[in-house]
Design a protein around this ligand. Sequence first.
Ligand SMILES: [Zn+2]
Ligand SMILES: [Zn+2]
Length: 158
Amino acid sequence: MILDIGRALQQPGEPFPFNIEEAEPSAEQSQRFPEGVFARSICVEGFIVGANETVFVRGSVCAKIIAECARCLKSFERSLAVGVHEVYVRSSDPGDPDRNVFQGHTLELEEQVYSTLLLALPIRSLCKEDCVGLCPICGANLNDCACEHTEGNGCTSE
Ligand SMILES: [Zn+2]
Ligand SMILES: [Zn+2]
């Protein structure tokens, strides 16, 4: 997720739009997601504005999140969109832990994009707000009314 910030640095104050898409996270970034949670179609779009040795990035991150429901264990997909506002400064120390840094005319967005996504993930994923989970007797998914123990869960017996 590398941005060319050359023009933004040459024309301070001028917003330059950008748009990056990734089919899926790198293996390294995938490992940062909680177990059973995956991200697909990650996109980042917004503007970069340069100001001397500083670059502002404003935009939004969107992704499809595939997660296992904490109640019924079914995998489901959900779209997530979250704003990203970051400031990067030119630094000769790429490992500076306290700041977002860039070198030369390129800026690596990946770390902030995935940190933003991870923070936006719900602590407990539910396929739907009122998911009724699994049948404690036979383990069937009670949302599907698929077993004979579903009465009282909004299912009608035939
Ligand atoms: Zn569920
Ligand atoms: Zn049952």
